[in-house]
Design a binder for this molecule. Structure first.
Ligand code: ADP
Ligand code: DP6
Ligand code: CO
Length: 343
């Protein structure tokens, strides 16, 4: 908790920039819904291209929390999600009863399965904590971001990040992983619109109803060990194989939920085929998918442009309206404090 007097702290604003991350070994399912403790540990790559910028100020003159995303006022569930984070920060900083103004911009499409909740809730955690005068180290910030969205725990860090599932609030956090690999993700944007079922709801339904979910959890530990070994030894084919298998195992658990959660569309399947054909023709490229129709091609930084050219050419005749984005490893969260803007 900060020693600064309340008035000083409620005049300070902070802005954070956090980048989206794509999991190579997935987080899918919570053991504790309140604390967001996952059933499995996960491994991700933070991206340089897709990010969120969020500013927060705690202001005693406000009657209630206000939040806007891309110029539109948040309400309902989206505002409630922001307030969960603000409440955690207020409780920790002794700012109970002081409302906040939140302004956010996403370059990542919101709720499209491109990890906006990861960059969005990490940026919110970083900006809110700094505005409230808290000085958190990276691990504590990762734990705080986790409470907003599980995947946000990993967006605190640049490059590869490992989120230890842990068993309670203190033991569930992400940390960076070093590797000789220079990875890239070629994102095939099939639909940038919001998905019909949120990740939160989809994973809740999977855990509650899929008979295949326990088997996916059991297998995930082995997948992660294999992926970490491949990351440490710089073995891209081994990493690609296990990442691809882990992702489709996850989608299997969604499809066997009641009612099924189906994010894959005919265009997703066509995009997957172009990835697999490129691999068959010798390019080092593997597919992963999250809670949305978009396909992400895992490759090396050196091959990323060649992979993107090949995918664009092949997709042109099949799913012409796709946008193919090359993303390299991106930075960890950046936070700065600054004077509050005049309203
Ligand atoms: P995604 O695949 O984009 O991560 P999710 O279903 O996990 O989709 O989460 C999307 C939700 O995350 C949005 O509906 C919104 O509530 C929240 N969100 C995304 N970006 C932001 C942001 N910049 N600020 C606050 N909340 C955000
Ligand atoms: C498929 O982190 O969006 O992208 O914790 O409920 O906010 P909440 O879910 P979220 O789930 C991400 C699921 C995933 C896989 C992953 O990123 O590991
Ligand atoms: Co999400």
């Amino acid at each position: 908790m900060s020693a600064e007097p309340l008035r000083e702290r409620t005049r300070t604003a902070a802005t954070a920039v956090a980048h989206a991350n794509i999991a190579l070994i997935k987080y899918w399912g919570k053991a504790d819904e309140g604390l967001i403790i996952p059933h499995t540990s996960s491994l991700s790559l933070t991206l340089d291209d897709l990010h969120t910028t969020t500013s927060v100020v705690f202001d005693e003159a406000l009657d209630t929390d206000e939040a806007a995303l891309d110029g539109r006022r948040l309400a309902g569930r989206a505002l409630a999600r922001v307030r969960v984070m603000l409440d955690l920060v207020r409780a920790r900083a002794g700012l109970d009863g002081v409302s906040a103004r939140v302004r956010s911009r996403n370059t990542v499409p919101t709720a499209a399965g491109l990890a906006s909740s990861a960059s969005g809730l990490a940026a919110l955690a970083g900006a809110a904590a700094a505005a409230a005068g808290l000085d958190l180290d990276d691990r504590d910030l990762s734990r705080l971001a986790r409470r907003g969205s599980g995947s946000a725990a990993r967006s605190v860090f640049g490059g590869l990040a490992l989120w230890h599932a842990g068993h309670d609030d203190a033991s569930s956090y992400a940390e960076p992983v070093s590797s000789p690999l220079r990875l890239a993700i070629v994102v095939i944007v099939i639909d940038a619109g919001p998905k019909p079922v949120s990740s939160r709801e989809a994973m809740r339904r999977t855990v509650a109803t899929s008979p295949d979910y326990p088997a996916w959890v059991r297998r995930s530990a082995g997948d992660l060990a294999e992926a970490l070994d491949a990351v440490r030894t710089g073995d891209l084919p081994r990493l690609g194989d296990v990442a691809e298998a882990n992702a489709f195992g996850m989608h299997g658990t969604m499809l066997s939920a009641t009612p099924p959660v189906r994010y894959l569309t005919p265009a997703s399947l066509a995009a997957l085929r172009t990835v697999w054909r490129a691999r068959r023709d010798g390019l080092p490229v593997w597919a992963t998918m999250d809670a949305g129709p978009n396909v992400k091609a895992i490759t090396s930084a050196a091959d990323a442009e060649a992979v993107a050219r090949r995918l664009r050419a092949d997709l042109a005749g099949v799913v012409p309206e796709t946008n193919v984005i090359v993303a390299h490893a991106g930075p960890g969260i950046q936070v700065r404090r600054h004077p509050a803007e005049a309203r």
